[in-house]
Design a protein around this ligand. Structure first.
Ligand code: CP
Length: 311
């Protein structure tokens, strides 16, 4: 694996190896054990053209655990604001010796363009997709799958078979769903998409998952319910302006969870709009909510990705 641009480019064996390494690294972090410094002397730039808390910081600490020299590019104070292109910025970082560029962009196509820019320099820099428009977020999908393996006491070869995962919320604009749904299906889960019609993906996208606009039907008997953020920044017009109405009809609430399997687990990739797509009490429930476990698994997953690329 030279780059991580999308999970579809990885074999089943590569995906399983990343998930198992993610579980192992999490166990080591939990025991406060030292992570082997596989990236000692390597140079990692985090280049985030779009806001982030979890992904940016977890890639930063992951690189540091592995002994890399990590620099978070201060985009707002960079020459991008003098009109420098993303291609020139990428090539500048490659020429400065980047072994890895962890890139987030709001524009679909940005990762492919960055890959071309890096390859054209000939410096051997790896590109890691840290979220690309509504197109993909491969490390989020890996960490979500690893969180479920951890929660159910499984290893990657056991997959997610037997689990029904209901994804409820703004799926149309979600890069988390774009990467997560194919991975959950690949690991053997049943996946249901639950949203108002205007927030379901276009027909033909995310094949293999069932679709419904009926929250009770979608959550019925589900083992896992993943809430997704209403992404107003990606909507051409405000499709669902009434937050109270949205919460009543599509929020992951205790009432809604009554339809799910007893003890169903709850996920959210963050950041959350509390009491819009998820009830605060559900998000904070220590027995049902995996939200902080997802964050914790995120560090381990990014360690696994970085060391697999350059270790
Ligand atoms: N889930 C996720 O990508 O969160 P951030 O935008 O905070 O990185």
């Amino acid at each position: 694996m030279e780059h991580l641009t999308e999970l579809g480019a990885l074999s089943d064996e590569e995906v399983r190896a990343l998930l198992d390494l993610s579980l192992d690294r999490r166990a080591q972090l939990d025991r406060h054990e030292e992570i082997p410094p596989a990236l000692q002397g390597r140079l990692q730039f985090n280049l985030f053209f779009e806001d982030s808390t979890r992904t940016n910081l977890s890639f930063e600490v992951a690189g540091k655990y592995l002994g890399a020299i990590v620099s978070v590019v201060p985009v707002v104070a960079s020459s991008i604001h003098k009109g420098e292109s993303q291609r020139d910025t990428i090539q500048t970082l490659c020429a400065q010796g980047a072994d890895l560029i962890v890139l987030r962009s709001g524009e679909s196509g940005a990762i492919g363009a960055a890959l071309d820019a890096a390859r054209d320099t000939g410096y051997g820099t790896s590109i890691v997709n840290a979220g690309e428009g509504a197109y993909g977020h491969p490390t989020q999908a890996l960490l979500d799958a690893a969180t479920l393996l951890h929660a159910t006491g499984r290893r990657a070869d056991e997959g997610l078979s037997g689990l029904t995962i209901a994804i409820c919320g703004d799926i149309a604009h979600s890069r988390v769903a774009a990467s997560g749904v194919p991975l959950f299906l690949r690991l053997g889960a049943e996946v249901r998409l639950v949203a108002p019609e205007e927030l379901l993906p276009d027909k033909g996208r995310l094949p293999g998952a069932s679709r419904t606009t009926d929250r009770a039907e979608g959550l019925s008997g589900a083992d896992v319910v993943m809430a997704l953020r209403v992404q107003k920044e990606r909507m051409e017009r405000d499709l669902y302006t009434g937050s109270a109405d949205y919460h009543r009809d599509y929020g992951v609430t205790w009432d809604a969870l009554a339809a799910a399997a007893p003890g169903a687990l709850v996920m959210h990739p963050g950041p959350m709009n509390r009491d819009i797509e998820i009830a605060s009490g559900v998000a904070d429930d220590p027995d049902r909510s995996l939200i902080l476990s997802q964050v914790r698994q995120g560090v381990a997953t990014r360690i696994a990705v970085l060391e697999t690329l350059k270790g």
